[in-house]
Design a protein around this ligand. Sequence first.
Ligand SMILES: Nc1ncnc2c1ncn2[C@@H]1O[C@H](COP(=O)(O)OP(=O)(O)O)[C@@H](O)[C@H]1O
Ligand SMILES: [Mg+2]
Length: 224
Amino acid sequence: MNDELMIDVRGLHHDYTHGTVVEPVLHGLNLRVRRGEFVVIMGPSGCGKTTLLNILGLMMAPSRAESVGIAGCETLGLSEAARTRLRRNELGFVFQRFNLLPTISVRRNIALPLRIRKAEADGQVGELIAQVGLAGCADKKPGQLSVGQQQRVAIARAVVGRPALLLADEPTGNLDSGNSTAILELLTGLHRQHGQTIVMITHNEQLTVTADRILHMRDGCFVD
Ligand SMILES: Nc1ncnc2c1ncn2[C@@H]1O[C@H](COP(=O)(O)OP(=O)(O)O)[C@@H](O)[C@H]1O
Ligand SMILES: [Mg+2]
C-alpha cells in the first residue's frame, strides 16, 4: 500500500441478507484518502454511507473487496484480534448519537480509550478538555451537559489517543446550527493543528466548506 494513503479501498462490495433476500448496498466502490486529508461524504439516506464508514472503521467486514487498506495496513484477511488492535491504535470514531457512558465523568469518558490501551492519561486529557471548551465540566456526568457539549466530549474521546484516522458519522445530526458550527470549528482546528485525517459523513452543507474534498454517494457508489 502506498505510504501516503490513509485509506486505499478498491472493489468494495457489501450485501445485507434479510432472510432469503439479499440486498446489495455497496457495489464495487473505490476510495483513496491521503494522509492529512479532510474528506466529506454526502448522499441521500440509505445510500450506504454508514455501511462504508463501519467497514473503514473495521467494525464489520465487507462481503467482498479487492483491497481494504487502512493506515498503511491491508486489512482483508486479518484476524479479529489484529483488526481490534488496529481499530484501538489507529482509529477514532464520532457518532450521531454520542455513545457516552452516563455514569462516569466527562474526564473519565474522554480518558477511556487511553485506559483500554493502558496508556498514560492525565496531562493530555486536561489539555484536551480545555481545547474543546469544556474546562469546568470535567467532573460532571454527560447527562448534566447540553447536547452540543456532549458531542464535544465524544470528539475529545475520539481524538485523545491521537488516532491516525478520525471517522465521523453525521456528528452534527442531533445538533442545532449554533452547536453544529462549533463542532465544525473543532474538527477543522484538529485537522489544521495536527494534520488529523478526517472522513466525515454529513447532510449539512455548511460543514462542507472547509473540507479538502467532497464526495457524493448514490446507491452504493461515488458519483461525480
Ligand atoms: N445492519 C443492517 N442489516 C441489514 N440491513 C442494513 C443494515 N444496516 C443498513 N442496512 C440497509 O443498508 C442500506 C444502506 O444503509 P446505510 O449504510 O445505513 O445508509 P446511510 O448511512 O447512507 O443512510 C439501507 O437500505 C439499510 O436499510
Ligand atoms: Mg447513516
